[in-house]
Ligand binder design. Structure first.
Ligand code: EPU
Length: 292
């Protein structure tokens, strides 16, 4: 029996990975697993660690660029029912890591609970959003998290409170641990108002960002006290291109991909942007997207 066998959902081999991301570019994963429940996931994490096989969780691939030569490890998708539960109890909501963030935010905001309106227009899963403290001008998911259940590399489950999660701008202390579920604390509010606020934020995103195109959202983090998009725009880089990758005309911190684009085109263009902004303004841009 090898380490890959004996799982309820068989582990797939050599799976096209790019197609599972918003960019829809990039190579294959050596292995892909969709565990049926937490104990299967725990077993997988332990076995991969014993074998020295790298393991990554893929949510909706909204912030990931997969390189053209793919990922030589095991990719885990938490899209089975066990990870997609949502339990609403008054102002408290427990959500599984695989729950779709936008769908949840819309449903919750339309029901008169306030706190997730700021997630309008942010694609992803709860797990991915919590790990990177997704958000924007209108707020971050960390603002409403009370605690999270996390699985570490040795297969141990712990509950971390907000303090320990240490949310900061697009970061948390979660690191390589796997988010299993999150407890949110929201506020009961006027239903018409939370609904209006969600729709208003969503409209502002569609007006200012190329959200229907292939991208991974903002490529760079905002430097302290500045906007990466404004700097890239001021450097005259909108419309710049490397192969099939192009700097969005709508928002300069987005690199959109034509169907012909390679991951290497996106990476080269990001490098060129960072170089130009450094030369023009002396500012170092740091990548926000995750490159696998
Ligand atoms: N701006 C330009 N040109 C551009 C883009 C922006 O001049 O091409 C200017 C805007 O006019 C504005 C300023 O830059 O004065 C900031 O722009 P914006 O309001 O669009 O916000 P942002 O800082 O670029 C952040 C998040 C977004 C999030 C929005 C809205 C980062 C890196 N980006 O963008 O998050 O959606 O606020 O809340 O923190 C993401 O994380 O992937 C993402 C898209």
């Amino acid at each position: 029996m090898n380490w890959l066998s004996g799982f309820a959902n068989p582990i797939e081999r050599d799976v096209p990975l790019g197609e599972l991301t918003w960019y829809r570019i990039g190579g294959r994963a050596r292995y892909l697993s969709r565990p049926d429940n937490e104990s299967e996931l725990e077993r997988l994490v332990r076995r991969a660690a014993e074998q020295g096989v790298e393991l990554k969780i893929l949510g909706r691939g909204a912030n990931v660029l997969v390189r053209d030569d793919g990922f030589d490890g095991v990719v885990v998708r938490l899209d089975t029912p066990a990870f997609q539960r949502t339990e609403v109890d008054g102002e408290r909501v427990r959500v599984g890591a695989g729950v779709d963030l936008m769908r949840l935010a819309k449903r919750i905001s339309h029901s008169g609970l306030s706190g997730l309106e700021c997630m309008a227009g942010i694609p992803g899963t709860i797990g991915g959003a919590v790990r990177m403290n997704a958000g924007g001008r209108f707020g971050c998911i960390g603002d409403v998290i009370e605690r999270c259940r996390l699985l570490d590399g040795s297969g141990v489950i712990e509950t971390w409170s907000k303090d320990r999660l240490a949310f900061d701008y697009r970061s948390s202390a979660i690191g390589d641990r796997v988010v299993l579920s999150a407890d949110l604390r929201l506020r009961r509010s006027d239903r018409a108002e939370t609904r209006r606020r969600f729709e208003e934020i969503f409209a502002s995103k569609t007006a200012s960002q190329p959200i229907s195109e292939r991208s991974a959202g903002c490529v760079f983090k905002n430097p302290v006290g500045a906007s990466a998009g404004a700097l890239i725009d001021a450097a005259g880089l909108k419309g710049s291109r490397c192969g099939g990758a192009v700097v969005s005309q709508r928002h300069a911190n987005f690199i959109c991909a034509d169907p012909s684009a390679k991951a290497s085109d996106v990476e080269r263009l990001a490098g060129m942007i960072a170089e130009r902004v450094r030369a023009e303004y002396g500012t170092e841009l740091e990548l926000e997207i995750d490159i696998w």
